[in-house]
Design a protein around this ligand. Structure first.
Ligand SMILES: [Zn+2]
Ligand SMILES: [Zn+2]
Length: 266
């Protein structure tokens, strides 16, 4: 199986990643990809403990994504973010942060939320759990419900690395909802290097296969040279006889079909 799009990657704007956007695009060219997307962290972990709470100026990287060419060095470039799921209601980071000033400090006539500002220029969102404290003590039903509610945000295309969530949820219910709502479950190459996530991911992939839920294979790399490298994920898909037509990002055309099905075509 060949996979020609990498749709969850990080640049230096994620702070614990190491490559510039242009280095990443060039790496996508070198890897023979048709389509590349940067999805930097949109998360409290970037600038924790700011007095007064999260500040739009810390996230201004997301406000100017229109400057990126849609085709760069011959590769199609998409603009996204990996947004943190922050509570059991399935809210994304910044949903409750009012923004009443622009990045230059001027008062706005129409206040928005940090989440709305950041998502405005994003083509789509990968929604993931990182900090897991809010899940402590949650029942399987509650974690399941959290993932279902995440899908209510129309910009969410992908549930990122559900295998790294250390709390039980009903995989079949989440996978079926993702399928029915035309979204994607992620098969994350980086998860497959970790014992427990790899074990959980294997089960998720089996259920996606049996329930015919589309998936997206992503590197989730934090450095350019790993862009487009999906060796472990492809080996797993082959081993499990995973139907190729359910892999949304095998070509740029198939990824655009998935975006269109989710109502996110560009
Ligand atoms: Zn990261
Ligand atoms: Zn992540």
């Amino acid at each position: 199986m060949r996979i020609l799009c990498d749709t969850h990657t990080h640049t230096i704007f994620s702070r614990h990643a190491y490559s510039t956007i242009e280095e990443c695009v060039q790496a996508a060219v070198d890897a023979g990809l048709e389509l590349y997307a940067a999805t930097d962290h949109y998360s409290a972990m970037l600038f924790p403990d700011r007095p007064g709470g999260p500040d739009l100026r810390d996230y201004q990287f997301f406000l100017n994504l229109h400057d990126w060419p849609r085709t760069w060095h011959g590769v199609e470039v998409l603009r996204g973010c990996e947004a943190d799921i922050v509570d059991l209601e399935g809210h994304l980071f910044g949903h409750d942060v009012t923004v009443d000033r622009g990045i230059a400090g001027d008062l706005r006539s129409n206040p928005t939320t940090l989440l709305a500002d950041v998502l405005k220029e994003c083509d789509y969102v990968v929604a993931s759990v990182h900090g897991q404290d809010f899940l402590r003590g949650a029942s399987s039903a509650q974690v399941t419900e959290m993932y279902l509610r995440v899908l209510d945000d129309p910009k969410v295309l992908t549930l990122g690395h559900v295998d790294r969530t250390e709390y039980e949820f009903d995989v079949d219910t989440v996978v079926s909802a993702v399928r029915d709502r035309n979204r994607l479950i992620e098969i994350n190459e980086a998860s497959l290097a970790r014992t427990e996530p790899a074990r959980r991911l294997r089960h998720v992939v089996e259920r996606c296969r049996n329930l015919e839920c589309p998936v997206v294979v992503n590197s989730d790399t934090h450095i350019a040279y790993k862009i487009g490298r999906f060796d472990k994920a492809i080996a797993l898909l082959d081993e499990l006889d995973f139907p190729e037509e359910l892999v949304a990002n095998r070509t740029a055309a198939s990824f655009h079909e998935a975006l269109a099905a989710a109502g996110l075509d560009i």
